[in-house]
Design a protein around this ligand. Structure first.
Ligand SMILES: *[C@@H]1O[C@H](CO)[C@@H](O)[C@H](O)[C@H]1NC(C)=O
Ligand SMILES: *[C@@H]1O[C@H](CO)[C@@H](O)[C@H](O)[C@H]1NC(C)=O
Ligand SMILES: *[C@@H]1O[C@H](CO)[C@@H](O)[C@H](O)[C@H]1NC(C)=O
Length: 254
């Protein structure tokens, strides 16, 4: 019988033989979620998809940490110290675990207030991607979740598509993994319709933030989109065929 230390040294030898750049990582993945109130945990001031993702879509011992910060822009997330925290956690885990950092902000609300916001937004995203890579972790760009505002003909009225496009263009510059949460959330919301969508609002009159059920639905949507892009993520995901089936079919779950 091999003891843990022996297994580790065996792994170390194998890795050494394969090349010094191969690390002795275990099978655990860590997801660090960077974003604003549309990623953040459910409170009076915000609520996003992060908690549903964290609580229900990942197989233990893999895990997620939600760094969503209400009101954050890409700039304030960096200057206010959140980004430093995310990077130090990435660095702390990346020698032994696979670390993913998701980067999502609903920039329609927040970054649009910055001066020269398009260029600022893009250059902040480029910087975040390279910072994550420099800490031996994997960046994932997530486009903004759609607001749940409907036109009278039932289509979604949300102007964040341009921002989703900026985010995807930056991801494509460096072959960074991305998921288009904007497009997929619009598609789902148009299928379930406004009555069902209102049940996912944090509170009455808030078409931006999600309650717990909304977090479960969109957290699952994020994980399903990640699984489509990455077999490694699929291997650490916890599946929920019923909810995923509802999302795929455009059927309400709550
Ligand atoms: C709904 O209304 C919008 C805005 O008037 C229009 O652009 C869109 O084509 C309409 N879609 C459908 C399916 O009627
Ligand atoms: C997720 O789990 C945390 C901690 O148990 C809990 O406070 C929160 O309400 C949960 N949120 C959702 C959406 O499941
Ligand atoms: C979430 O859905 C469950 C089941 O439909 C329901 O009982 C509960 O009230 C919902 N929570 C919220 C905050 O709407």
């Amino acid at each position: 019988m091999l003891f843990k230390k022996e297994i580790l040294s065996l792994l170390a030898c194998t890795a050494g033989a394969l090349g010094a750049h191969i690390r002795n990582r275990d099978a655990t993945s860590v997801f660090l979620l960077a974003g604003d109130s549309t990623t953040a945990k459910q409170t009076d001031g915000g609520g996003g998809w992060g908690e549903g993702f964290k609580n229900f879509t990942i197989s233990s011992p893999s895990f997620a940490v939600n760094y969503g910060h209400n009101g954050a822009t890409t700039s304030s997330f960096i200057s206010g110290g959140d980004w430093e925290t995310v990077l130090s956690e990435a660095s702390r885990h990346s020698s032994s675990k696979t670390v993913y950092v998701t980067i999502q902000h609903q920039f329609g609300h927040n970054d649009q207030k910055l001066s020269n916001f398009v260029e600022t937004y893009k250059s902040n995203l480029r910087r975040m991607i390279s910072d994550v890579k420099a800490n031996d972790a994997i960046p994932i760009i997530v486009t903004s979740i759609s607001r749940r505002k409907y036109r009278s003909n039932g289509t979604i009225n949300d102007n964040l598509e341009t921002w989703a496009g900026y985010a995807i263009s930056v991801a494509n510059e460096g072959e960074t993994m991305y998921i288009d949460l904007w497009k997929n959330s619009v598609k789902y919301l148009e299928k379930i319709g406004e009555t069902a969508a209102r049940k996912l609002d944090l509170k009455s009159g808030d078409a931006t933030h999600l309650n717990g059920n909304g977090s479960i639905v969109f957290g699952r949507m994020v994980m399903d989109l990640l699984c489509e892009k990455s077999a490694a993520i699929r291997a650490v995901a916890k599946q929920d065929e019923k909810l995923s089936g509802n999302i795929e079919a455009g059927t309400p779950s709550f």
